[in-house]
Design a protein around this ligand. Structure first.
Ligand code: ATP
Ligand code: MG
Length: 358
């Protein structure tokens, strides 16, 4: 069902995205990045892809980060691997268990795999290499909170696998695109991954036509006839981010009112984003002021600076540049050079509206 709010897991549940699935499955790159803004469908695409591959593992770095209160411990990483191993099904499961049998710190109790606290993940990866596997890590930029050195130990593991384990592939997804790049440090001499080539798949919101088709199909699945103006109205407001389209479809099916449903999606988005904005605010309250300025059309450098000043925040030039750069890296905003001047815009129009109403 298209309007199911959870990340999709099977190909038949996913709308479009065949091209991207093909790219992720067929690539020979040991490392591929799957990038895209919030709610655009990264987790769904990653899960569907891993499901299509016989030996695909799904690991959620963002979940580990929140579950362990703002960092990622080696214990939580081991537990994630353990549960990914235990979620394997079918004939591949037997092969993987066989390969793991002799790894120190791995015990097989009945049908469950258990990893002890001192298991070495490099040993587990070596065993997986014997059978071949694709390891997908969702919101992988959160792994910078792993260990005491900004995730370097994890990168070293990845680099080791990249160089030595020919039958393993990694897909790292991220919504904070610049942060993920920074974390991996492929162009950074000091990073364990320095100089490794990688593939990239960038997931975009649906085009207008596809968004309309998405809603049509979603409603037809639940056998509802919906006037064309309603579908157009929704897409005009929400654009092509599937996460918002799904929320809309569900609500409209319940109340059958365009305005009310859009207001509902908007409230949902607000709740979701307020959590995100709080996280940002914790890092610096100025981030949110900058976003507000841009959402209100004060989208040039000097205008942003004036807006901050009007709120009692006189920020030195270099610091403001850094804050803006970080917002770009986190995929909240992008720069636009139209008409010869650099302007910033909020990437997702729903987020823009939420910011305007704060
Ligand atoms: N191609 C698609 N077909 C059908 N539903 C989709 C598709 N892409 C996303 N969705 C739906 O949109 C919502 C958001 O998807 P998903 O969680 O995969 O996105 P995400 O980019 O991982 O979001 P987040 O940034 O919150 O992690 C879910 O309800 C999911 O079912
Ligand atoms: Mg996700």
């Amino acid at each position: 069902m298209l309007f199911d709010p959870r990340p999709k897991k099977r190909r038949e549940e996913l709308f479009d995205r065949n091209k991207e699935i093909g790219q992720l499955i067929n690539t020979k790159e040991p490392l591929t990045l799957l990038l895209g803004i919030r709610r655009v469908g990264k987790s769904s695409l990653l899960r569907v892809t891993l499901n299509e591959i016989e030996n695909g593992f799904y690991i959620d770095a963002r979940k580990m980060y929140f579950d362990s209160g703002g960092w990622i411990t080696s214990e939580s990483l081991i537990r994630e691997f353990e549960s990914a191993l235990n979620s394997l099904r079918g004939s591949v499961r037997g092969k993987v268990l066989e390969a793991l049998r002799h790894v120190k710190g791995v015990s097989l109790s009945g049908v469950r795999v258990e990893l002890s606290r001192d298991v070495r993940l490099s040993d587990v990866l070596e065993a997986l290499n014997e059978v071949g596997a694709v390891i997908g890590i969702d919101e992988a930029q959160y792994l910078r909170f792993y260990g005491a050195r900004g995730g370097k130990e994890f990168l070293a593991l990845l680099a080791y696998s990249y160089d030595n384990l020919d039958n393993l592939r990694f897909i790292l997804s991220g919504s904070e695109v610049g942060l993920l790049h920074d974390f991996l440090g492929i162009n950074d001499y000091g990073s364990p991954l320095y100089g490794r080539s990688h593939g990239e798949v960038v997931l975009k919101p649906f085009s207008r036509e596809l968004s309309i088709e998405f809603l049509r199909r979603g409603f037809s699945e639940i056998e509802m006839e919906v006037p064309h103006e309603v579908i157009e109205g929704a897409v005009n407001f929400l654009d092509g981010v599937p996460g918002w389209l799904v929320e809309f479809g569900r609500k409209y099916a319940e109340i059958r009112n365009l305005k009310g449903s859009l207001e509902y999606v908007f409230r949902q988005a607000k709740g979701f984003l307020n959590g995100e904005l709080k996280e940002l605010e914790r890092r610096s309250p100025r981030y949110v002021l900058i976003l507000e300025a841009i959402a209100m059309g004060r989208n040039r450098w000097e205008l942003i600076r004036d807006y901050l000043a009007s709120k009692g925040q006189n920020v030195p030039k270099s610091r403001l540049a850094e804050l803006i750069k970080n917002l770009e890296k986190m995929s909240w905003i992008e720069a636009d050079f139209g008409s010869g001047r650099k302007r910033y815009r909020i990437i997702d129009p729903v987020i823009e509206r939420v910011l305007m109403e704060r």
